[in-house]
Design a binder for this molecule. Structure first.
Ligand code: TPP
Ligand code: MG
Length: 574
């Protein structure tokens, strides 16, 4: 068979059932392989960046590599931003890209560019494959690299003559890579960490995206219960402990709340599992990171991440699930030092107050639509097991910070940006939710500015019958940046307000989606219901919510807008 067909056979053997892509002449041998191979679907995007976003969303929701297939030159370079997001977010992607033919290379051939070099700083591995005989081994290796250790993107660059070359390959004898072995931590570091946790009066666990990628949820909840330790999650760790669990305290940094803020300040031992404590998560300012007197235990699968932002007292290198299981085993049957029931009761009291204060914030059906009002409507109308996407922009992001609102459904139910934070990345990836979970509803909060970057995702969702709902939080501007100009640049506003905006609902309808603009707060819930009904009937939906530009208290604290410590230049901890 030819190498193009062999690539498809390997994908199938590795469990791939969907490829996200956009063809060009250079990669038609692979497309032909997909055509001839039952069991592999192709989702045709309208911009290659969306293929990377969908592949990354697929990876977040499954833990498995998302696959992109694009042509040479611009097809490949259009992937760059989404691939970078996956690199920063540690999500596995395998991108198969075309390139100019071997015989005409380096002469300015059609669409020729050194793709493997373009992607080098933002991929775990990039390779130019020059011989058909190498293709099988290299594609197999791509699965090894993308899945193992710290997961991430792999980019393969293959000329059409190589894709058309004969390979000696029998799919029946191919041994799939499968899931990689999980690295177990050194028993000494487990003992050391367990001793610190056993002596803690106020233990706290902070779970990041690594906990989700490792499928560590059950072990996380078991250890938290064993210790009587509350759990705070980063945005990409959201769901690793279900929102409804009494030890779930919500988010970190810009997504924090009165409860998680207090717990982090008070904790005497903080166990961080699969989190890098990035700037977008904790700003690296006192009050947003463990207290100076606390013992900080950091565990990660990737040794180089340890101490990247905050120097730990104890390090544990290993797979999150195994680390959590081994810590629970090391703690054994010795009596917990913490009374879990009283911790949970205290947390409940703060959470009740929090819900009340969110109530007070929400002006209900008066005036402009308040963002909290939108979350409430979605929480009420959408099923509890929905997939939730949180795109970029303060308002969209603060949806995640409105815990205990914006309820999510447990692990692998959230699509989040990485700290690369590309506008539109999550909203473009959203249709992948229906590829992974055809039977679950999927909804995404996205800013009006961000939505305008990726609106051409709608035809793909319609064509492939991936009925999701985008809730556009429309403040007629790049509100996050507008606020910085307003508060820190003497009110000099430039390029952050839209004097013209498209009619998103009309554009949605023109693309085959259900579309509705909502201006009256009293209509919010009914509109959300209509969007969900459209989804249930197989139609994607867009709700253009004309909202007030409001932030949660946490957002104001995280990005102070006035004075010395303003926004984008936080002082690192000394
Ligand atoms: C691709 C990209 N360009 C620019 C930025 C910088 N940026 C961050 S938030 C933001 C404004 C987003 O506007 P919108 O989506 O309307 O959300 P809002 O802040 O108004 O809630 C911008 C421009 C970014 N994160 N990504
Ligand atoms: Mg906006």
């Amino acid at each position: 068979m030819d190498a193009g067909q062999a690539i498809v056979e390997i994908m199938k053997a590795e469990g791939v059932s969907t490829v996200f892509g956009l063809p060009g002449g250079h990669v038609l041998k692979v497309y032909d392989g997909i055509y001839k191979t039952p069991g592999i679907e192709h989702v045709l995007v309208r911009h290659e960046q969306h293929a990377a976003s969908m592949a990354a969303a697929y990876a977040q929701l499954t833990g498995e590599p998302g696959i992109c297939l694009v042509t040479a030159g611009p097809g490949a370079t259009n992937l760059l931003t989404g691939i970078t997001e996956a690199w920063v977010g540690c999500w596995p992607i395998i991108a198969i890209c075309g390139r100019s033919g071997t015989l005409v290379a380096h002469k300015g051939a059609n669409q020729e560019v050194d793709t493997h070099l373009v992607f080098r700083p933002v991929a775990k591995w990039t390779a130019r494959i020059d011989r058909a005989e190498a293709v099988v081994d290299m594609v197999r290796r791509a699965f090894v690299v993308a899945r193992s250790g710290r997961p991430g993107p792999v980019v393969l660059d293959i000329p059409p003559d190589v894709l058309g070359g004969e390979v000696n390959f029998d799919p029946a004898t191919y041994i799939p890579v499968g899931k990689p072995d999980r690295p177990r931590a050194d028993p000494q570091s487990i003992t050391h960490a367990a001793q610190a946790l056993a002596g803690a009066r106020k233990p706290l666990i902070v779970a990041g995206g690594g906990a989700v990628m490792s499928g560590a949820s059950e072990a996380l909840v078991a250890l938290a219960e064993r210790l009587g330790a509350p759990v705070i999650t980063t945005l990409s760790g959201r769901g690793s402990i279900p929102d409804s669990h009494p030890l779930c305290a919500g988010g970190l940094g810009g997504h924090r709340n009165d409860l998680s803020k207090q717990l982090l300040a008070d904790a005497d031992v903080v166990l961080s599992i699969g989190s890098r404590w990035e700037q977008m998560e904790c700003n690296w300012r006192p009050g947003f990171v463990p207290s100076p007197g606390a013992t900080f235990i950091q565990s990660d699968i990737y040794a180089e991440e340890l101490g990247r932002a905050i120097v730990p007292n104890i390090t544990v290198i290993g797979d999150a699930r195994l680390v959590l299981e081994d810590l629970a085993a090391a703690l054994g049957k010795q009596a917990p030092t913490v009374d879990r029931a009283s911790v949970e009761a205290q947390m409940r009291r703060v959470l009740d107050n929090l819900e009340d204060s969110l109530d007070e914030n929400d002006p209900g059906t008066e005036g402009q639509i308040h963002p909290i009002h939108v979350i409430r409507a979605v929480d009420r109308v959408f099923p509890a097991d929905k997939i939730t996407g949180f795109d970029v922009g303060f308002i969209a992001q603060q949806m995640a910070g409105a815990f205990p609102l914006a309820r999510t459904a447990g692990p692998r139910s959230v699509i989040s940006p990485s700290s690369f934070y590309g506008m539109g990345f999550v909203a473009a990836g959203l249709p992948a939710a229906k590829v992974v979970y055809p039977g679950r509803a999927a909804v995404c909060y996205v800013g009006d500015g961000s939505f305008q970057l990726i609106m051409n995702v709608m035809p793909t969702a319609v064509e492939h019958k991936l009925p999701v709902t985008w809730i556009v939080l429309n403040d007629m501007g790049l509100g996050s940046i507008y606020d910085i100009q307003k508060h820190n640049f003497g009110d000099r506003i430039l390029a952050t307000e839209f004097s013209f905006a498209p009619d998103f609902a009309a554009v949605a309808r023109a693309c085959g989606c259900y579309g509705e603009q909502v201006t009256d707060p009293a209509e919010t819930e009914a509109a959300v219901r209509r969007a969900l009904e459209a989804n249930a009937a197989g139609q994607p939906a867009v709700l253009d919510m004309m909202i007030a530009r409001e932030r949660t208290v946490a957002a104001r604290e995280f990005f102070p807008l006035e004075g010395e410590a303003s926004g984008w230049s936080p002082k690192p901890l000394s």
